[in-house]
Design a protein around this ligand. Structure first.
Ligand code: MRU
Length: 371
């Protein structure tokens, strides 16, 4: 997508030195556009854990490039320790964040492909090719999700006689959470580009404010009409007929259709059900967990530090500052994600089309994953 009129992906290899990965450091958005250079698996693990990069697809792509950096390191360390170094890197990257399944998916894909190489040079080349492939596929799949989602929005627009369609989205399942286009935002961008009138309600998404900081910024860069709302305003808007559909992303969706996404998604799904608002989840197949069946019991929910809840940060006088918003002594809990049961989901928008949130329908689109 474009920033200041120039096309950017969220992660790429440095053009004049392909031993370095460049990425948009999202901690400074929307106020500062900073590109970070990452040259080791250690640095990549930090970038994922500390959320310089975040969002399921981008976490997967970053892990892919992290494994490539690990392969470069392993090649220097000598052939005998190559596999050992890769196993250590895989463990280090896997430990960064637990909920998005794209992380382990990308690491396993890398280990499998690298394993087919015979020499260290071959393995490095395979790691680079696989990392590029993961990133390219991510962008391509999000683009396809955009086209399938566009059909859904067109139907709603037609029923409204081409009056403004209001979409509500939560958190940032946008371009910044992937390599390009985004999952939940891809249908939004496709609709906007098609010329249909569209407006997006953007929930702020406490405690890290991915909605008000990131989604609002990227929609603005693309010229999409949007309004930021407090998280707690979503039900009110649905009750009053101000929301035509909800589209959210997912960090992990079970093969049975349960959806893990940013904390607060479940409440939006409940409000959507109560008000007959269609609730769609945009899900590239890299976010489907083909082994898990019960989202509530099985999906690991990340808990982050209390400080994120006890404070809010923003820009003041040219710098980023954090201020305390709770009593100093009050404890706080910080659950990063929740699980929306399949019964509350109207449909899943995948790169292969829209399906129902149940095992039969999901597997019919992805028959190669038959149990
Ligand atoms: O904690 P984050 O910012 O990495 O959370 C991920 C998300 O942005 C959301 O849960 C998103 O809706 C799905 S990721 C495509």
């Amino acid at each position: 997508m474009k920033v200041g009129g120039k096309h950017f992906r969220t992660i790429w290899l440095k053009p004049d030195d392909e031993r370095v990965v460049q990425l948009i450091d999202q901690r400074f958005l929307p106020h500062d556009f900073v590109i970070e250079e990452v040259g080791s698996v250690e640095q990549m693990a930090t970038a994922i854990r500390e959320m310089h990069v975040r969002g399921a697809g981008l976490i997967g792509a970053s892990a892919g490039y992290g494994m490539y950096l690990a392969a470069l390191e392993a090649a220097c360390a000598g052939r005998d320790s190559f596999d050992e170094h890769m196993a250590g890197a895989a463990a280090q990257l896997t430990a960064t964040r637990p909920t998005a399944v794209n992380l382990s998916w990308a690491i396993e894909r890398q280990l499998q492909n690298i394993g087919t190489g015979k020499t260290a040079d071959e393995k490095v080349a395979l790691a680079k090719r696989t990392a590029d492939l993961i990133a390219d596929e991510d962008a391509e799949h999000c683009g396809m999700i955009g086209q399938h989602g566009l059909q859904l929005i067109r139907q709603i627009a037609k029923a409204k006689r081409n009056k403004m369609v209001n979409v509500l989205t939560h958190c940032n399942a946008g371009w910044l959470a992937f390599v390009d286009y985004g999952s939940a935002t891809a249908p939004i961008y496709a609709t906007h580009d098609s010329g249909l009138p569209l407006h997006v309600w953007v929930t702020e998404t406490r405690p890290r404010n991915q909605g008000s900081k990131l989604t609002a910024w990227e929609l603005g860069q693309h010229g999409v009409s949007h309004t930021v709302i407090a998280d707690s305003a979503a039900g009110h808007l649905m009750q009053r007929g101000e929301v035509d559909l909800v589209i959210v992303g997912t960090d992990r969706t079970t093969c049975t259709g349960d959806v893990a996404n940013k904390i607060g998604t479940y409440l939006k799904a409940l409000a959507a059900k109560a008000n007959d608002v269609p609730f769609y989840v945009a899900v590239p197949s890299s976010s489907i967990d083909w082994k898990m069946r019960d989202g509530l019991k099985e999906i690991p929910i990340e808990q982050r530090g209390a400080e994120e809840v006890k404070s809010a940060d923003g820009w003041y006088d040219g710098q980023q500052i954090a201020v305390r918003i709770t009593p100093d002594e009050s404890p706080a809990a910080n659950y990063g994600f929740d699980v929306t049961p399949k019964e509350l989901v109207t449909g899943l928008i995948t790169e292969r089309g829209v399906c129902e949130a149940n095992e039969k329908s999901i597997r019919s689109l992805f028959p190669e994953h038959a149990p």
